[in-house]
Design a protein around this ligand. Structure first.
Ligand code: 5GP
Length: 121
């Protein structure tokens, strides 16, 4: 269903061919700053494995990769101060053409640092 293009920008960031501002890195996961931030906190959380979209990651990644991804996400929430009811954040994962996914390597946007407004009515 998914055909991974290893020339996509995030694959190149993972190989160190393109610079990025790393916030946190573990064995399975990388977090870096979005180049066009939409909020004071706008990070991209990506698995190091070759997954195109969130559903492929959820279906095919190992338990260790999925656990690490989620723990890293929690750690960057705490690290950037977006955790807790008084602050807060939004996670978005665009997938495929209808989701208007620009970079075909699975990623979760983590947005926060200001009131984000309602997205869904
Ligand atoms: P998508 O629409 O695929 O969910 O979002 C891709 C995101 O990647 C966009 O928010 C865009 O600003 C970001 N992005 C695209 N190219 C680069 C890059 O070379 N470096 C970084 N750090 N972010 C990028």
């Amino acid at each position: 269903m998914y055909d991974y293009d290893d020339q996509n920008i995030f694959a190149r960031i993972l190989r160190g061919e393109i610079p990025s501002k790393t916030v946190l890195e573990t064995e399975h996961t990388l977090v870096f700053e979005d180049i066009r931030p939409q909020a004071p906190v706008h990070l991209l959380v990506i698995p190091k494995g070759a997954y195109v979209a969130y559903d492929q990651f959820a279906a095919e990644a190992s338990d260790a990769e999925i656990l690490d991804f989620n723990r890293v996400l929690a750690r960057v929430c705490a690290q950037t101060g977006v955790s807790g009811e008084a602050a807060g954040f939004r996670m978005i994962s665009n997938a495929g053409a209808h989701g208007v996914q620009e970079v075909p390597h699975m990623h979760v946007h983590l947005l926060g640092g200001r009131p984000l407004g309602r997205m869904l009515e």
